[in-house]
Design a protein around this ligand. Structure first.
Ligand SMILES: C[S@@+](CC[C@H](N)C(=O)[O-])C[C@H]1O[C@@H](n2cnc3c(N)ncnc32)[C@H](O)[C@@H]1O
Length: 210
């Protein structure tokens, strides 16, 4: 054994757990965060119909749950998995590889300064529980608004005209309405919320046609 096993009692605190561990994350997600499962389903349902060979990026894919949900709905898409954590990316790749050969894992730290998201062009970018993690938890509202706008610019840039960005997240870092406004300022159109339960939501927008 290379590393010691983490202490079990970190599971026992109110907000404890081993969220950085992909296996632990996957077996605890439904119990610890019950809204996350309907959120993932609602993300797939919020998508327009995706023709074969549609290129879908799963931004900050973690263990690949959004990618797997979208792939289950549209098995002929081509997937790009993006995450900075090699262990999580590997779990995501293994999960999705059982469902398709059309998958490319990309280990990358997603830019937070507005440069284009790598790995494009994309027809669709999905991001589940991802944007608040990239923006960060401990930022004031004005800073969060500006970081969200830059992040949406990064996503918008490699999307094809008519491409879509579908976000499932919670509002821990920034309320939903300013997130939607940041998406509009970044150049998205048809920005709206498709589903909301408690602090969880699914929202999206489209890149204007050329
Ligand atoms: C809460 S997890 C969500 C994972 C997954 N999308 C899901 O729905 O379960 C947040 C993910 O964001 C990734 N992440 C955070 N900041 C990142 C950055 N700047 N670039 C790439 N990945 C990042 C983490 O490695 C982690 O996998």
């Amino acid at each position: 054994m290379d590393d010691p096993i983490p202490n079990w009692n970190s599971n026992l605190g109110r907000s404890g757990g081993h969220w950085d561990d992909g296996r632990w994350y996957d077996i605890h997600l439904e119990r610890r965060m019950p809204q996350a499962i309907p959120m993932l389903e609602e993300m797939a349902l919020a998508l327009p119909p995706l023709p074969p060979s549609t290129t879908v990026g799963d931004l900050a894919c973690g263990t690949g749950n959004a990618a797997a949900t979208v792939l289950d709905a549209y098995p002929e898409i081509e997937l790009v998995l993006l995450d900075e954590d090699p262990d999580l990316l590997s779990i995501a790749h293994n999960k999705v590889e059982r469902m398709t050969r059309n998958v490319e894992p990309l280990r990358v730290t997603v830019p937070t300064s507005g440069e284009p998201l790598p790995g494009g062009p994309y027809d669709v970018v999905v991001a589940s529980l991802a944007l608040h993690a990239i923006v960060g938890h401990d930022v004031d509202e004005a800073e969060a608004e500006s970081r969200y706008e830059l992040l949406f610019r990064s996503i918008q840039e490699p999307l094809e005209p008519g491409g879509h960005c579908i976000v499932g997240d919670h509002v821990g870092t920034l309320p939903l309405y300013p997130q939607l406004k940041a998406m509009e300022r970044a150049g998205f159109t048809d920005v709206d919320c498709a589903w909301r339960q408690d602090d969880f939501f699914v929202a999206g927008g489209r890149v204007p046609d050329a």
